[in-house]
Ligand binder design. Structure first.
Ligand SMILES: Cc1cc2nc3c(=O)[nH]c(=O)nc-3n(C[C@H](O)[C@H](O)[C@H](O)COP(=O)(O)OP(=O)(O)OC[C@H]3O[C@@H](n4cnc5c(N)ncnc54)[C@H](O)[C@@H]3O)c2cc1C
Length: 426
């Protein structure tokens, strides 16, 4: 097993730490590392934003990348935890299958999808990744392997879904895929001149299973565009070849001043004026993974990195709360570059660690300035007062209470990330 000490950061490039990164090739390697180290955490592909996959000892799962089984009749797939969703697409799509739930990025590992219990643009109808998870194998602090499902070790199953790696190392997982007829999606865009119309469109277009809105965080009225979608009917569904798109790469860190209120305001004006009302056919890659077109886009924020603040508010507080959040931001020196609004449905009562609650979430990306932490504090206070919460997989600096998760109430102290230690300290 390769073990090296190097600087590591998650996707938002803040914080950056020096850590020992072990890359085990087998279960024996993992057991040996777990038994001989404290303060360690599993690391998938580091696509969480803040400090959830950072610790003095990191156990990378990227070498655990075997597909164990795939039944093209039932759509059940089993693989090792380090397999990326993008590795599965060329196998499952030609056989007529796709993920029930996928986040807006395909280069995450299956272990990361379970540990953050990720959600997609269809949470009201499909829930989180755990809704489709059949079972997984977990190596716990004593080096033992436990199989977990809804019926076998159910407590450990639910503590691990959204449990941010604190229960152990997920070795493999088995989950159910969704049948598709082709790669095409029907997409319709609704251009909203203000936040009220934007929210109303989510309500009026409830029959569309997928929805995600872009909000212009620099606009007083909170204008934006919501992209609704559904899988195209069989006659329009197109082929079953997953389109491999050309990507661009940001090969160096941009100077930190590039994303400033002026450039962000201009960018948003262009996005809004170019957006067109109406329906079109787009493929899976275009609808689900638009950000994957630019590799390493996180470097656009410069070496200082950025903060993503994603919160969810209960339905009854969501419109007013999000309006007030945007107002607070507008009065602050900070400017969010990317702002994404999603609607969420009921959470199964067992899924105690899943982020979404019935209501709306907003994700905001801010360049990391000195004063961003003051703004986060204000936002935390408001979100808390409205019974909301933040998404721990995005967090780097929120108050401990905001994830509504007890950092010592479950899991094992051996498995600890900077996130867990930060929550414990406050
Ligand atoms: C551009 C972009 C868009 C995104 N969109 C969404 C979205 O729409 N919805 C959403 O829910 N999320 C979204 N995310 C967040 C991302 O899906 C999650 O953070 C995911 O967990 C990252 O997976 P990873 O493999 O990179 O894991 P990492 O980032 O390496 O780790 C994330 C967490 O999972 C734990 N973990 C990873 N592997 C294991 C394992 N084998 N065993 C135990 N614990 C493990 C880590 O300890 C850590 O706590 C997005 C991220 C990016 C960069």
């Amino acid at each position: 097993m390769n073990i090296e000490t190097r600087t590591v950061a998650d996707w938002a490039n803040y914080p950056v730490i020096e850590a020992e990164v072990a890359s085990p090739l087998s279960r024996e390697d993992i057991r040996a590392y777990i038994l001989s180290h404290e303060r360690l955490i599993a690391r998938g592909n580091g696509r969480c934003y803040g400090d959830a996959a950072l610790a003095p000892h990191l156990l990378s799962t990227l070498e655990l990348n075997k597909i164990i089984q795939f039944d093209p009749d039932s759509g059940i797939i089993g693989c090792e935890a380090g397999v990326l969703l993008s590795d599965l697409l060329p196998l499952i799509v030609p056989a007529g299958w796709f993920f029930h739930v996928t986040p807006g990025i395909k280069s995450i590992t299956v272990g990361g999808a379970v540990a953050s219990d990720v959600h997609g643009k269809n949470h009201p109808s499909k829930g989180c990744f755990s809704n489709w998870l059949i079972s997984f194998e977990l190596m716990t602090a004593d080096g033992e392997i436990t199989t977990c499902s809804r019926t076998e070790n159910p407590t450990l199953f639910w503590q691990t879904c959204g449990g941010m790696g604190w229960t152990g190392i997920i070795l493999s997982a088995q989950f159910q895929l969704m049948k598709i007829s082709g790669v095409n999606m029907r997409q319709t865009a609704v251009k909203a001149p203000d936040l009220e119309v934007l929210f109303r469109s989510f309500d009026e277009m409830r029959q569309w299973p997928y929805a995600a809105g872009w909000v212009d965080g620099t606009d007083k009225k909170g204008r934006g565009v919501v992209f609704f979608a559904d899988h195209a009917s069989p006659e329009l569904a197109g082929s079953l070849i997953f389109p491999q798109k050309k990507t661009r790469n940001v090969s160096f860190f941009a100077p930190s001043w590039i994303l400033n209120p002026l450039s962000i305001g201009l960018h948003n004006r262009i996005i809004f004026s170019k957006a067109k009302h109406g329906e079109q056919l787009v493929d899976l890659d275009t609808y689900f993974y638009p950000l994957d077109r630019v590799q390493n886009w996180n470097r656009l924020y410069g070496k200082r990195g950025f903060i993503q603040y994603q919160f969810c508010l209960p339905e009854e507080n969501a419109f007013d709360g999000i309006r007030r959040v945007l107002e607070i931001i507008r009065k602050s020196p900070e400017t969010p570059f990317l702002t994404v609004l999603k609607r969420h449905g009921e959470r199964p009562p067992e899924a105690v660690h899943s982020f979404p609650i019935r209501g709306y979430s907003l994700a905001l990306d801010f360049p990391r300035t000195r004063s961003i932490f003051d703004l986060v504090k204000k936002l935390d206070d408001l979100v808390w007062s409205l019974d909301g919460k933040i998404y721990l997989t995005k967090d780097a600096c929120s108050a401990a209470r905001m994830g509504r998760v007890d950092p010592v109430g479950f899991g094992h102290p051996k498995f600890t990330s900077m996130l867990r230690e930060r929550l414990r300290l406050r």
